[in-house]
Design a binder for this molecule. Structure first.
Ligand code: NAD
Length: 376
């Protein structure tokens, strides 16, 4: 079958990590008899340089006509001095809002072969896991088009004070909670709602809404944590979590923290979806999604061929699963990544240099995944 993908490589390491993901998709296409058509689009810093705005209207329109959007990363110091509305990151917010992708799934798991890249001690990991395993596997479900990133903001006339507004409607909270409960139903059946309900009125609405939604899912265990405690428990007991559901800003911050436990932010994929995913993908009912690694444009390592492309490759796997309903293909891509890591290949960010590992560059890591796919 033919599938259309909007492709925005973006800035910094974005193009470097997007290229291996495209190669892996093409290898999968050859293997399974699919053709992926890419519409390469401009957004972010490159778009500012070429068109004067971070998100040209034709980019949003073209992306909306594709089945999914695969994105590298946006931003960088060259554009930091621009006013807020003209910064590259505005394109991300515009794409999320414009494509209606309101829920962001961020799976966080420790690959057994990457145990040594996780900074936690064995006893901490084992004591936090009900099965006593030195591993964790949880999913952060982040609200994506509301809250403080989209609320009213401004400055006083003399510029000496500024504000940003955290505002949520019951509907916005409810649909994200539904996605979290649906995900938990296919996992270990536990949802932890993270908020700051001891201080924030918007968080109290999250609690009220989750009390109502949780009643519809009696088979799922619901717990609550304040975000400051959640930040601590992620380090103390990552194995105790199954699904964490939270607001836009809290999810942004907690998932960067969580990524460190896996070894590197370069490993983590994400899917931003315009609906609640059903188990086994959305065959026959395409779900628009933006798929991107959770990291930024990493200007400090851009152009050096050392960025880890696996977060982007795994994001492509999520795209196959959620937007195209290609579960077998998604699983094949994830297995290829797993096999490459098992073989001992490491980009610098996940290398522990204990002798048994082979340090490779971005391109070489991508090529290794493609070879695994071709031989599987
Ligand atoms: P960042 O995620 O780009 O980098 C944080 C650290 O992680 C850096 O040390 C970087 O080298 C490292 N890192 C990131 N990705 C990596 C990878 N694939 N492999 C190895 N190491 C990796 O965050 P930042 O430095 O705070 O932001 C840089 C720019 O990216 C800023 O302009 C920011 O606004 C933007 N940003 C964009 C997105 C996005 O496009 N979705 C997300 C976050 C930040």
């Amino acid at each position: 079958m033919d599938y259309s993908i909007a492709l925005i490589p973006g800035d910094g390491i974005g193009p470097e990590v997007a290229a291996p993901a495209v190669k892996a998709l093409d290898a999968l296409g050859d293997k399974f008899g699919h053709v992926f058509h890419y519409a390469e689009l401009l957004a972010g810093g490159r778009a500012i340089d070429e068109t004067g705005v971070p998100l040209p209207p034709e980019t949003l329109e073209a992306a909306g006509q594709c089945g999914a959007l695969l994105l590298g990363a946006m931003g960088g110091p060259g554009w930091d001095a621009l006013p807020g509305e003209l910064r590259p990151e505005r394109a991300l917010l515009g794409l999320r809002k414009g494509l209606g992708v309101f829920v962001n799934l961020r799976p966080v798991a420790l690959y057994p072969h990457l145990r040594s890249a996780c900074p936690l001690k064995d006893e901490v990991l084992a004591s936090s896991n009900p099965e006593g395993k030195a591993a964790f596997d949880f999913l952060i479900v982040r609200e994506l088009t509301g809250g403080i990133y989209f609320g009213g903001r401004g400055r006083s006339e003399d510029g000496s004070s500024a504000w940003d507004t955290e505002m949520y409607s019951r509907t916005e909270i409810e649909r994200v909670l539904c996605a979290a409960y649906a995900a938990a139903g296919t996992r270990r059946k536990k949802v932890c709602v993270v908020d700051k309900a001891n201080v924030l009125e918007s968080s109290r609405l999250w609690r009220e809404t989750s009390a109502a939604v949780s009643a519809r899912f009696p088979e799922i265990e619901t717990s609550y944590l304040y975000v400051d405690n959640a930040a601590m428990q992620l380090i103390r007991a990552p194995g105790s979590f199954d699904v964490i559901v939270t607001s836009n800003m809290f999810g942004d911050i907690l998932s960067d923290e969580a990524s460190v436990l896996t070894g590197s932010i370069g490993l983590l994929p994400s899917a931003s979806l315009a609906g609640v995913p059903r188990p086994g993908g959305e065959k026959g009912c395409p779900l628009m999604g933006i798929y991107e690694p959770i990291h930024g444009s990493a200007p400090d390592i851009a152009g050096k061929n050392i960025a880890n492309p696996l977060g982007t490759i795994l994001s492509a796997a999520m795209m196959l699963r959620y937007s195209f309903g290609l579960e077998n293909e998604a699983a094949a891509l994830e297995a290829a990544v797993d096999a490459v890591l098992e073989e001992g290949l490491r980009t610098e960010d996940i290398a522990v240099k204990n002798g048994g590992e082979r340090i490779v560059g971005t391109k070489e890591m991508g090529e290794a995944v493609v070879r695994k796919l071709e031989r599987s």
